[in-house]
Design a binder for this molecule. Structure first.
Ligand SMILES: Cc1cc2nc3c(=O)[nH]c(=O)nc-3n(C[C@H](O)[C@H](O)[C@H](O)COP(=O)(O)O)c2cc1C
Length: 441
């Protein structure tokens, strides 16, 4: 848990962790960009990140899947930041000083040795600001890009992920902390006796080691996970520093936090439970009315076909022949017990369809994140309310409109800083220690 100032009893006060998911609407590409830079313009991404650093956000986050479809190409989130995450993050690290940089990478479609090198390098190059969002993939036909004819089962993907992270952490420790040092004459001394093989032999991997990159600045780059199924929650509880949660209602939030804390105490009692960061989409106005108009415009701008196709992807069925405004026939929904893709998203849509008899239009318009609409004061108050109630430890901002993003930094964050919720400065150069997480040797 992270602290800022003390409260009236003198004990450290919990502070809110703020993360920005990168990617905005189509209109955003031109922010801070010259038209000559072309439509896939990285200056707009850099602008976002530098603004987040001004707002003292803890980190920025780049999501990723390893496949695409015609519908996916239409998503604003993708169109405004289509880059491979580790590459993008290395670029961003070179242009920022303090903010944490979290990249998504799949344990299903990579090997621990490769990823351990990449994250170790990113951590050293960024001065200890790297984070890894560990995902097990399972979107669309991603497996066809990796020589497979079908998606490995959900259970197998999670077993592989658990072993993958174990191997990666061992590789990050294959160099002792002081294996590389600078001699008095300023030459570099690398002591082979302080570099060790790991000789891992497991169900999915055989890795001898050692790594060919020195130990990362944070030893373990910050680990992020967002599992929602029982296997996903167990993985998050056993490896994560941060978990991303979807908590549209306070009760769902409470249940999730309780679940993750319980499993974390059972599986990893020696480490404090992961920081729970809830997805939130904020429409901020200088007045309430202005914010409502922004939300309305945002909804009107949603690409219905692309969103329907995303729901289809998460449910694993076609909805295109169904009437838009009639409840979805229940026999259309695949059997939950045999569903191999992301179960968390599937369950949210399934519950909505079954328990609330949602129509296709309802599903397409469902926001998986908590939506807050209001003036800066109202938004700050709402955010503080769920935080104080222990429903989350911070927020993962999702794209709303560009102006709301700017107002969040110019108006909402200063209110939260004044009230002691949000940090005014970065306390440590390392993301891990800034978040109040220990360096595990
Ligand atoms: C905020 C958030 C961001 C996520 N980002 C990604 C991502 O970038 N790539 C990905 O493959 N999955 C991503 N996921 C999906 C999760 O990793 C996880 O698979 C999903 O929540 C379903 O849970 P399950 O795997 O336990 O069934 C994200 C989930 C959330 C809530």
């Amino acid at each position: 848990m992270t602290d800022t100032e003390s409260n009236s009893q003198g004990s450290p006060k919990r502070r809110m962790v703020l993360i920005q998911t990168l990617g905005f609407g189509d209109g955003f590409w031109s922010v801070g960009t010259d038209a000559a830079d072309g439509p896939m313009a990285y200056p707009s991404v850099l602008h976002t990140v530098q603004r987040c650093e001004e707002g003292k956000y803890d980190a920025v986050f780049q999501g990723d899947t390893v496949q695409t479809t015609p519908a996916a190409l239409r998503f604003p989130l993708y169109r405004s930041s289509p880059f491979e995450p580790i590459t993008l993050m290395s670029y961003l690290a070179a242009h920022t000083e303090n903010i944490g940089i979290i990249a998504t990478a799949s344990t299903t479609y990579s090997e621990p040795y490769n990823l351990a090198r990449q994250f170790a390098s990113m951590d050293l190059l960024s001065g200890g600001r790297a984070g890894w969002n560990v995902v097990t993939s399972g979107t669309g036909e991603d497996y066809r890009n990796f020589g497979l004819d079908e998606l490995p089962s959900h259970g197998d993907r999670y077993r592989r992920a658990t072993e993958f992270v174990e191997v990666t952490r061992a590789l990050w420790r294959s160099w002792d902390r002081d294996a590389a040092s600078v001699r008095p004459d300023r030459s570099v001394d690398i002591d082979p006796d302080k570099i060790h093989k790991i000789n891992h032999v497991g169900e999915h991997f055989r890795v001898q080691g050692p790594l060919n990159v020195p130990q990362p600045a944070q030893i373990d780059p910050v680990i992020v996970q967002a599992g929602a199924s029982p296997e996903g929650i167990d993985l998050a509880a056993s490896i994560a520093d941060i978990v991303f949660s979807l908590q549209p209602t306070p009760q769902q939030g409470r249940d999730y936090v309780e679940h993750i804390h319980t499993r974390s105490r059972e599986l990893r009692p020696e480490v404090s439970p992961p920081i729970v960061v809830a997805g939130i989409r904020c429409f901020v106005g200088t007045t309430q009315e202005e914010a409502v108009v922004k939300r309305r415009k945002f909804l009107a701008g949603i690409d219905f076909e692309a969103n329907r196709s995303r729901v289809e992807l998460f449910l694993g069925i076609s909805l295109s022949d169904l009437p838009l405004d009639e409840p979805i026939p229940l026999d259309r929904l695949p059997d939950a017990s045999d569903f191999q893709r992301h179960q968390g998203f599937y369950r949210r849509y399934w519950e909505y369809a079954v328990l609330e008899r949602a129509t296709v239009r309802d599903l397409v318009q469902l926001d998986l994140h908590w939506v807050v609409v209001g003036s800066a004061q109202t938004v700050a108050q709402e955010m503080a309310g769920r935080f104080d109630a222990g429903i989350c430890d911070g927020y993962n901002f999702q794209a709303a409109d560009v102006e709301s993003f700017e107002l969040m930094i110019d108006l909402v964050v200063p209110i939260l800083q004044k009230q002691g919720y949000v940090q005014k400065e970065y306390a440590s150069p390392h993301l891990r220690t800034n978040l109040g997480r220990v360096l595990e040797s």
